[in-house]
Design a protein. Sequence first.
Length: 298
Amino acid sequence: MNQWVYLNGEYVPREMARISVFDHGFLYGDGVFEGIRAYNGRVFKLGEHLKRLFDSAKAISLKIPLSFQELKEKILETLRKNQLRDAYIRIVVSRGEGDLGLDPGKCPNPQVVIIADRISIYPEKFYQEGLEVVTVGTRRNLSSALDPRIKSLNYLNNILAKLEASMRGAAEAIMLNQEGYVTECTGDNIFIVDKGTLITPPDWAGILKGITRDVVIELAREDNIPVEEKVFTPFAVYTSDECFLTGTAAEIIPVTKVDGKVIGSGKAGPVTCRLISRFRELTQREGVPIYKKEEKDG
Ligand code: PMP
C-alpha cells in the first residue's frame, strides 16, 4: 500500500514528498518538530504534543500556517488516509524556502509535513534486561544559547552525544549541563529511584520537557510514589536503586548499567516495572479517537 504524506495541504505518495534544497530547515536546521504515537486507534496526548509544537514555534518566531484545531484534524486525517491504528507520527514545520543567507524574514512560506508510519518497537529484551548507557563529554546546549525546551530541527548537540555513546558501545548517552548536573539523554528524559522516591531533573536544568516524563510523574503520584524534580549528579545515578528513560518512541525503558556500574540489582526494578505496566495500560485506553468506532466506544 502507498504511504501518503501530508505536505502543505496535500497528500502525496512518499516518493513525491519533497522539500526544496533552499528550505532553511535543510540549510540551517531552522524549524520545529514533534513525534507522537497512536495506540489502538487513538492518538496519545495529542493536545500536549501540539501545545509543545506551537510553543516551540513561538519561541523561534515561526508562524505555523494552520490553527491548533486544523493541525489536529490533519494529523487524524493522515492516519485515516494511511489506515493506521498503531503508528508513529512525525510533524515537521520548517522555516521554508529562502535565499542562502540566514535571514528568516526572507522565508515567507513555512512548510508543514505530517508523516504517519508504522512503529518499529524496541526489542522486548531491552525492557526486561535494561540498557547500558554512558555519560558523555558533550554538554547539553546552554539554555541561554539554544533552550533545550525548544524541540527544534537543530539536533546536532544530541547527535554528537549519540556518536560518543555509539563509539563506546553504549545504547544511549547521559548529557550533563554546564554545571555538571544530569540533564537527559539524546532523545529521552531520565529518572532515578532513590529509597522509594522518583527523581528527575527539572526543566530549568536544560531538558526537553517530555510528554512521557509528565505522564510518568502523574502515574507515580497516583500510586503515592513521592516525586521530586531536582538536579543530581552522575554519582546519584550510580548509587540509585533504579534508573529508567522515558520518551514517545521508547516509552519507559530501564537502565541497568551506567559508565560500567551496575544500577541496583542489575535488572529492571519494581518501581520501573510497575510504571511500565501502568503506562502500557494507559496508552491502550486513552487518547483522541482516529476512527468512528473508537468515538462510539468513548
Ligand atoms: N528529550 C529529548 C532531547 C527528546 O528529543 C525527546 C523526544 N522527543 C524527549 C526528551 C522525550 O520527550 P517525549 O516524552 O515528549 O517524547
